[in-house]
Design a binder for this molecule. Structure first.
Ligand SMILES: [Zn+2]
Length: 382
């Protein structure tokens, strides 16, 4: 592995950067709320109103259903021209209409069908609109989280507005800004995590899982802990292994222990072909020093740090990552059966962003581009 990139990189540890930093894309994880919001629909009444009576009709509805009866409809256009709604809505209107829709007429969302009856709406509107046509349609219950989703919903349900915000997860601008910040380094840290994973497997000490914890100062990442899985150390001759010696937990313990990789050792790690002697690898993963927090160690030691994992952390490690107050988690392989981070895996916990737990951790899957080097890692508990 050559180190000819010196000078090409602007970061101070440029020597440590392999000349072909693998490329890939970062895919932000969906939160549980986003995942749920995807299919959640609400039945609403829609009425047709002449343009001239539009504001009067809306006033009547606002009086009738203050605050839209507690249902947030901000993501939906309140009025839509009949020609601008999806076919299904137009067909529902055709079935309900009692007279020809004039070119000047508008369709207006009244409110949730749970909040009021159509008879009451018709009676109240009759003051303003003669023979109001009232029918019900289904609309997305929650706001879209991307322009693509808004466009899709507009074609399926009702004209929908994307407000460049995400009420169900991290703000899109924070996600994209952070992606720009870390994108160039992800391949490097993931390679290092993979190398440690290979060692864990090669030495028989653990599963093929590796983790790198990175601290970012002035935009430049520095590794502060590197750990491979170690659950099988000593097994079977010296006991049953250590069920908690997962790579993420070990790396967190190293940070807590003050075991920090220096920039020199980082260079060692990055020389992938050189022998990596697991400088951060504790001989005995059952070493209670890692886990003895009595008195000496302050909490939240990983505040704002980045954790790069070969695999989606399991539920145990995900909770440890949350409790440690990491800022970012990036993993390469999803673990649908055991992973704790994804909301759309088999477990569906979506632990990276749960309002009862945490509002600040950002999480991505990193998908290595096809021309980058890759190696297969078996499917197991990470
Ligand atoms: Zn784990």
């Amino acid at each position: 592995m050559t180190r000819e990139t010196k000078g090409k990189e602007t970061c101070t540890n440029a020597k440590a950067v392999p000349d072909a930093t693998p490329k890939g894309i970062l895919v932000p994880l969906k939160t549980t709320l986003e995942t749920r919001a995807r299919g959640s629909l609400l039945d609403v009444y829609v009425t047709s109103v002449p343009v001239k009576q539009a504001s009067g009709a809306l006033e009547v509805i606002r009086r009738l259903l203050p605050g839209d009866g507690g249902v947030d409809l901000q993501h939906l256009r309140r009025f839509a021209k009949a020609r601008d709604v999806p076919d299904a809505v137009r067909e529902a209107f055709e079935r309900a209409r009692v007279e020809v829709l004039g070119a000047t007429e508008l369709l207006l969302i009244v409110g949730s069908t749970n909040a009021i009856s159509s008879a009451v709406v018709a009676e109240e509107l009759s003051v303003i609109v003669n023979d109001a046509v009232i029918f019900s349609i289904q609309v997305p219950r929650l706001a879209p989280t991307s322009q693509e989703q808004a466009t899709l919903w507009s074609s399926q349900y009702w004209p929908t507005v994307y407000k460049k915000s995400n009420p169900f997860g991290p703000h899109p601008s924070i996600v994209s800004r952070t992606e720009q910040e870390i994108h160039g380094e992800v391949g490097k840290w993931m390679d290092l995590a993979s190398e440690v994973a290979r060692q864990a497997d090669g030495t028989g000490s653990g599963e093929t899982v590796g983790v790198v914890i990175v601290e970012r100062k002035n935009g430049i990442g520095h590794p502060v802990a590197v750990a491979g899985d170690a659950r099988w150390v000593g097994w079977p001759s010296k006991g049953a292994g250590n069920v908690t010696a997962h790579a993420a937990l070990r790396a967190i313990a190293m940070v807590a222990d003050g075991v920090k990789a220096t920039s020199e050792s980082a260079q060692t790690f990055n020389a992938v072909s050189a022998s990596v002697t697991q400088p951060e690898f504790k001989a005995d993963p059952a070493d209670q020093d890692h886990f003895d927090l009595s008195g000496t160690v302050a909490g939240y030691l990983c505040h704002d740090l980045e954790i790069y994992c070969t695999h989606e952390p399991c539920v145990m490690c995900s909770m440890a990552i949350l409790h440690s107050r990491f800022g970012k988690v990036i993993f390469q392989y999803r673990m649908p059966k055991t992973g704790g981070m994804c909301a759309d895996g088999d477990l569906g916990h979506g632990l990276f962003w749960r309002k009862e737990l945490n509002w600040t951790l950002l999480a991505w899957q990193w998908i290595r581009s096809s021309n980058g080097q890759s190696f297969e890692l078996a499917d197991f508990h990470a």
